[in-house]
Design a binder for this molecule. Structure first.
Ligand code: SAH
Ligand code: SF4
Ligand code: F3S
Length: 440
């Protein structure tokens, strides 16, 4: 038997890309590929790319340039670009970087085995279709290895919201929900392979409305179905849009014990003028009222957010409104970005904010968010939390896991294995993690 071919995948961007990379590895696993951690000994390199900001997209080209020497040494090496840059730029990628053999979009990667065969026959291949067939169904009978305690599971994909700054509706396409039975089957399978925590993924996950036996299910109804799976201990979901935060989902945060007290709910900005220009279709006030309702259902919930500063026509006063909103909500964690012009999106044509002013605003916002994050993390000291252990720590006997609130927690003298859930008392708060001790 010949040695297995080696596949190196590098993943950029959001969790959905992480999930997609796993599926691509499984698809090529069926063709005799095993994954390698180093590009140097690979027979095939796949970059699973992100187009969300200019920097993310440009990284791909600098990374590709680095493979030049490798390809010269190893003419049989195949190089592919997958993901959102593949979708957005298509053939242009091969023009800009001739060493690319294969370009595959996020909706057609179930065709990778056929594409790989064509590259082996010396062809260059490109597939950025949005096919009718369900890629997940095409992929389901692939080799399945044992898994770690946490996993992502895509339940919804694409977006119909068309925020004025965002490429996702173009790169991922229209919003589509997977049927509930397929999701439940996949979840059951993950649990049988060792998974204890599942994060449901979607670009607009709370707009989920997948087919069920008696009509469409809401995300909350899907969560209640998942709740019945024995051995599944924790459920999370991301990313949500404020306008799709339905009553039954808010209620589930108060009543479903497996649903973790953590919610990523991007607001982007605090000025109604900017929100309107972003096409967000919610106001700062409606967002704050929504957070109040969620906290009424689950008082200890940790709120996470996304922010963009320097959106076209943002004034200092508009920016202050973002700072005020942050002060009011108090975030446990947050991601903030300087606006990046994306070709083809409506905001790209508008008057841009002075980059130095945008940098300054980003620094001020991040200072505030970091302080809040720190306060929320420090407030965990003395509290009892659930921790799902994921791996051993650097010190002997130490285990590391995530709390219900998604904080990293280190526990010393911990006689527990990865995949075990324990009650832990938090004893101290460090730079980026908490330390705790087992209870009982
Ligand atoms: N579907 C999710 C996430 C989309 S991308 C949602 O709707 O929230 C993740 C984050 O990237 C966004 O929330 C936004 O804050 C940021 N982002 C998107 N486009 C951007 C752009 N052109 N410039 C800067 N940040 C951007
Ligand atoms: Fe992009 Fe807006 Fe859709 Fe989120 S809701 S993916 S930011 S268009
Ligand atoms: Fe990036 Fe595509 Fe995700 S643009 S953030 S990889 S959906």
């Amino acid at each position: 038997m010949s040695a297995p071919k080696k596949l190196f995948i590098k993943t950029y961007g959001c969790q959905m890309n992480v999930y997609d990379s796993e599926r691509m590895a499984e698809a090529l696993g069926g063709e005799g590929y095993v994954e390698t951690k180093s590009a140097d000994d690979a027979d095939m390199i796949l970059l699973n790319t992100c187009h969300i900001r200019e920097k993310a997209a440009e990284k791909v080209y600098s990374e590709l340039g680095r493979f030049k020497g490798l390809k010269a040494e190893k003419p049989d090496l195949k190089i592919g670009v997958a993901g959102c840059v593949a979708q957005a730029e298509g053939e242009e990628i091969m023009r800009r970087q001739p060493l690319v053999d294969l370009v595959v979009g996020p909706q057609s990667y179930h065709r990778l085995p056929e594409m790989e065969a064509k590259t082996r026959a010396g062809q260059k291949v490109l597939d950025t279709d949005f096919p009718e067939e369900d890629k997940f169904e095409k992929l389901k009978n692939r080799p399945k290895a044992k898994r770690g305690p946490t996993a992502f599971l895509t339940v919804q994909e694409g977006c119909d919201k068309f925020c004025a700054f965002c490429v996702v509706p173009y790169t991922r396409g229209a919003e589509v929900s997977r049927p509930a039975d397929r999701i439940l089957r996949e979840a059951q399978d993950l649990v049988e392979r060792g998974v204890r925590e599942i994060t449901l993924l979607g670009q607009n996950v709370n707009a989920y409305h997948g087919a069920g036996p008696n009509g469409d299910l809401t995300l909350a109804q899907l969560i209640w179905e998942l709740d019945k799976i024995d051995g599944l201990e924790r459920i999370r979901f991301t990313t949500s849009h404020p306008n799709d935060m339905q009553d039954d989902l808010i209620e589930a945060h108060g009543t479903c014990a497996k649903l973790m007290p953590y919610l990523h709910l991007p607001v982007q900005a605090g000025s109604d003028k900017i929100l309107k220009r972003m096409n967000r279709s919610h106001t700062a006030e409606s967002y704050i009222r929504l957070i109040e309702r969620i906290r009424a259902a689950r008082p200890d919930i940790l709120i996470s957010g996304d922010f963009i500063v320097g959106f076209p026509e943002e004034t200092e006063e508009d920016f202050q409104a973002t700072m005020d909103l942050v002060e009011e909500v108090k975030y446990g964690t947050a991601y903030s970005f300087k606006y990046s012009t994306r070709p083809g999106t409506p905001a790209a044509e508008r008057p841009q904010v002075d980059p130095a002013a945008a940098d300054d605003r980003l620094q001020r916002l991040q200072a505030l968010l970091t302080r809040q994050q720190r306060e929320v993390q420090d407030s965990m000291v003395g509290r009892e939390v659930g921790v799902l252990f994921e791996k051993t720590g650097r010190l002997p006997g130490q285990m590391v896991g995530k709390s219900d609130y998604l904080h990293a927690v280190h526990v010393a003298d911990c006689n527990r294995d990865a995949g075990e859930l324990a009650r832990v008392r938090i004893v101290s708060s460090g730079a980026n993690s908490l330390a705790g001790e087992l209870i009982g």
